[in-house]
Ligand binder design. Structure first.
Ligand code: FAD
Length: 304
């Protein structure tokens, strides 16, 4: 039986593991893919104190750091359910095994919703981006588009307009869904064009990088192309919490509802990182939240 069982091996889970193990308690990390989203990231320039690194390199360092402690790392294992059995918690794996723990930290992260159009995968990290905080500065002085007119899309467009030459925002619907104050700000910017009622259909490139975006004007059915260098897809971040429906309180977006200490709706279960309601999904924030959740779990254990 683990004192702390961490489900998810991204930055949040790795930080939680180190903080928990340093308390001398029995710690385990279960991960479908150790490293999480960081494995899919090329350049990282906002991991404070490290001017520049790459995803796979940071993951190797995370793994090395975790392994200097007595942590049971169970990689390539997927959790499918969490149960409370008496005063114990039980995590059930895809392979049928059951792990018991006194406390659980859920850090299963999230995934970006994709457009699912030709060229999107091919040009991922070659012009197709999902995180304006991360990749915005790479497009300084260039033309970009933002896909999605919800709050995150409009926020991204406003943010990018201050860095890039021009932003074209595409929305599928006939109106933007973002808050009125954001829309007002967006429409006040001289280097932003908004295209409503548009279905994006293809990412175009020259073989090495993006050079255009094709969309259908839904009013006329006409196909049009815009020339640009970058495409920021902002049509939703999906938390990996499907397996917790009915067990933990989730927000309407599927995020695990946590308080300031990372406590969830179930006693002894904490959560951290991109899978939670904590705002701003970033590596350094996930690590901070993971550390916090581990300290909260320890606090919970010493009171039992
Ligand atoms: P994740 O990194 O998503 O890790 C989740 C972990 O949980 C993984 O190990 C996963 O395999 C595991 N898991 C999921 N479901 C289960 C399950 N059922 N059972 C067991 N394990 C499970 N942030 C920055 O700060 N700077 C950047 O430059 C940057 N660039 C990015 C570029 C890209 C392309 C992407 C996609 C994201 C980028 N981010 C960046 C965001 C950053 O990667 C995330 O905020 C961060 O990884 C979140 O950490 P996390 O630990 O909460 O979740």
């Amino acid at each position: 039986e683990f004192d702390v069982l961490i489900v998810g091996g991204g930055p949040a889970g790795a930080a939680a593991a180190i903080y928990a193990a340093r308390k001398g308690i029995k710690t385990g990390v279960l991960a479908e893919r150790f490293g999480g989203q960081v494995l899919d990231t090329l350049g990282i320039e906002n991991f404070i104190s490290v001017k520049e690194t790459e995803g796979p390199k940071l993951v190797a360092q995370l793994e090395q750091h975790v392994k200097t402690y007595d942590v049971d790392v169970m990689n390539l294992q997927r959790a499918k359910a969490l149960h409370q059995v008496g005063d114990q918690l039980e995590v059930e794996l895809d392979n049928g095994a059951k792990l018991k723990a006194k406390t659980v930290i859920v850090s299963t992260g999230a995934r970006w919703r994709e457009m699912n159009v030709p060229g999107e995968q091919e040009y991922r990290n070659k012009g197709v981006a999902y995180c304006p905080h991360c990749d915005g500065p790479l497009f300084k002085g260039k033309r970009v588009s933002v896909i999605g007119g919800g709050n995150s899309g409009v926020e991204a467009a406003i943010d990018l307009a201050g860095i890039v030459k021009h932003v074209t925002l595409f929305e599928f619907d006939t109106k933007l869904r973002a808050d009125a104050v954001l829309q007002k700000k967006l429409y006040s910017l001289p280097n932003v064009t908004v295209i409503l009622n548009a279905l994006t259909t293809e990412v175009k490139g020259d073989g090495t990088k993006v050079n255009g975006l094709v969309y259908t004007d839904r009013a006329t059915g006409e196909s049009k192309q815009v020339e640009l260098e970058g495409i920021f897809v902002q049509i939703g971040l999906l938390p990996n919490t499907e397996w917790l429906k009915g067990t933990l309180e989730l927000s309407n977006r599927g995020e695990i509802v946590v308080d300031a200490k990372g406590q969830t709706s179930l006693d002894g279960v904490f959560a951290a990182g991109d899978c939670t309601t904590a705002p701003y999904k970033q590596i350094i924030i996930a690590m901070g939240e993971g550390s916090k959740a581990a300290l909260s779990a320890f606090d919970h254990l010493i009171r039992q």
